[in-house]
Design a protein around this ligand. Structure first.
Ligand code: 6PG
Length: 471
């Protein structure tokens, strides 16, 4: 029998698959690669993969035939029908114990379903969130694998090498939980990513329209913030983006980009799932609303001609507003992360994922899009108390919010006065105020429901369910 020397197979050589393959090989693991369109496979093995331990094959039979057992095959195909199609093609070729790893942005419920189906044939299935874009895939992504624990163990040595390393040297990968837990966590990562991006964009807007800062001044502000507690990939690239010139026109790149935000859907899934689970994530919802409203460009241009508002220009101290904006961004960001983490806590119970939130914060410290120095502190908060109901109950974060909440309120108030929209900052402030309110006006809502629909209510002074004849 021919000696099988390849430990890993990669199916799907789009930019993410190809870069992940190069990363795996660079870390000392020979691999077999396949792509339905063979030109992409050739491009890799004859281009950047030339002379390396990468075998390109033209059929799935050849891929499977060249792998050691248990076979470990990473699928890097588009989420949705393509994943089911490739699984169906591979199924007759696999043997019990083989491991399929879906490294795309699959919907977690699809991963739950696939994992259960494949288990019937004794094929092990890992749904792995991969974050960090193209560069991350090549040089070190944050990896969120979920599925059978023994399947993870058989992959751990490879994934630990391939993953990004946090500042303390820890690899940004950990076993997340059973079935679709890995893709669930990646989905929430993206919900937080949307919130983070929207918050940065709102602050940029306030400083741009409110203070009239130029792009180079804004770049300096963000670059300076990136030296402190706001240090994060998204703040860092914001400074870079604001400095970039358009090669064609010589103008600032950011000003030639149309102000319509697009989305592929993972952030929306977070919002939809949070609504299904009854978990409050207003800043994430607001980020989606921000993207949706931005896409109404034609309507907005039309409305801007006849719906007047106040002057956008701020008259107070520029330095003070910049300092408040920094604190408001940090506090709002903490509140967005707190929402995402509490959503995961609730989902962990609902789906029995047994998520370790401190560990998840730990593997988001490097490699992924939301990497931020804040995540190191979040990891420590969950080390202090693993069953923290919400980040706001941690002493360090309670204080962080308390000392910055007046800045957050000033920024929001200013934006309202100037007519500059702040959906996400506003949602963060309202989230904080709702969360810390022992009493909310929901009694009135219950009364209204009972009034018009006899929906009943509970009382504050005795047990039971009541109805009043209101008229
Ligand atoms: C990542 C990103 C990535 C995502 C893009 C685009 O973690 O590397 O989250 O997975 O696909 O950010 O997302 P939208 O098109 O929805 O903005």
């Amino acid at each position: 029998m021919e000696q099988k020397t390849f430990g890993i197979g990669v199916v799907g050589l789009g930019v993410m698959g190809r870069n992940l393959a190069l990363n795996i090989e660079r870390n000392g693991f020979p691999l077999v690669v396949y792509n339905r369109d063979t030109t992409k496979m050739r491009h890799l093995v004859e281009g950047e993969g030339a002379g390396k331990n990468i075998l390109g094959v033209e059929t799935l039979e050849a891929l499977v035939g060249n792998l050691e057992r248990p076979r470990r095959i990473i699928l890097m195909v588009s989420a949705g029908a393509a994943v089911d199609a490739i699984i169906n093609q591979l199924m007759p070729l696999l043997s019990p114990g083989d491991i399929l790893i879906d490294g795309g942005n699959s919907y977690f419920a699809d991963t739950d379903r696939r994992a259960e189906q494949l288990m019937l044939n004794e094929i092990r299935y890992i749904g792995m969130g991969v974050s960090g874009g193209e560069e991350g895939a090549l040089w070190g992504p944050s990896l969120m694998p979920g599925g059978q624990r023994e399947a993870w163990e058989s992959l751990a040595a490879v994934l630990r090498k391939v993953a990004a390393k946090a500042e303390d040297g820890a690899p940004c990968v950990a076993y997340i939980g059973p079935r679709g837990a890995g893709h669930y966590v990646k989905m929430v990562h993206n919900g937080i990513e949307y919130a983070d991006m929207q918050l940065i964009a709102e602050i940029y807007d306030l400083l741009r329209r409110g203070l009239g800062l130029s792009n180079s001044e804004l770049a300096e502000v963000f670059a300076e913030w990136n030296q402190g507690e706001l240090r994060s990939y998204l703040v860092e690239i914001t400074a870079d983006i604001l400095r970039k010139k358009d090669a064609e026109t010589g103008k600032d790149m950011v000003d030639v980009i149309l102000d319509e935000a697009e989305q592929k859907g993972t952030g929306k899934w977070t919002s939809q799932n949070a609504l299904d689970l009854g978990a409050p994530v207003p800043t994430i919802h607001a980020a989606l609303e921000g993207r949706i409203l931005s896409s109404f460009k034609v309507r907005r241009v039309e409305a801007s001609k006849h719906l007047r508002g106040p002057s956008n220009r701020y008259q107070g101290s520029r330095e003070k507003l910049i300092a408040s904006a920094r604190d408001a961004l940090f506090a709002s960001k903490i509140l967005a992360y707190a929402q995402g983490l509490e959503l995961m806590r609730i989902a962990s119970e609902a789906y029995q994922y047994d998520l370790q939130l401190g560990e998840i914060a730990g593997i988001w410290r490097a490699g992924c899009i939301i990497r931020a120095s804040l995540l190191g502190d979040i990891m420590l908060a969950y080390r202090r108390r693993a069953d923290l109901p919400n980040l706001l109950f941690d002493e360090v974060f309670r204080e962080a919010i308390e000392t910055r909440q007046s800045a957050m309120r000033t920024v929001l108030e200013t934006s309202v006065q100037l007519g500059i929209p702040m959906l996400a900052v506003g949602a963060s402030v309202a989230y904080l105020d709702s969360y810390r309110s022992a009493w909310l006006p929901a009694n009135l809502i219950q009364a209204q429901r009972d009034y018009f629909g006899a929906h009943t209510y509970k009382r504050v002074d005795k047990q039971g369910v009541f109805h009043t004849d209101w008229t």
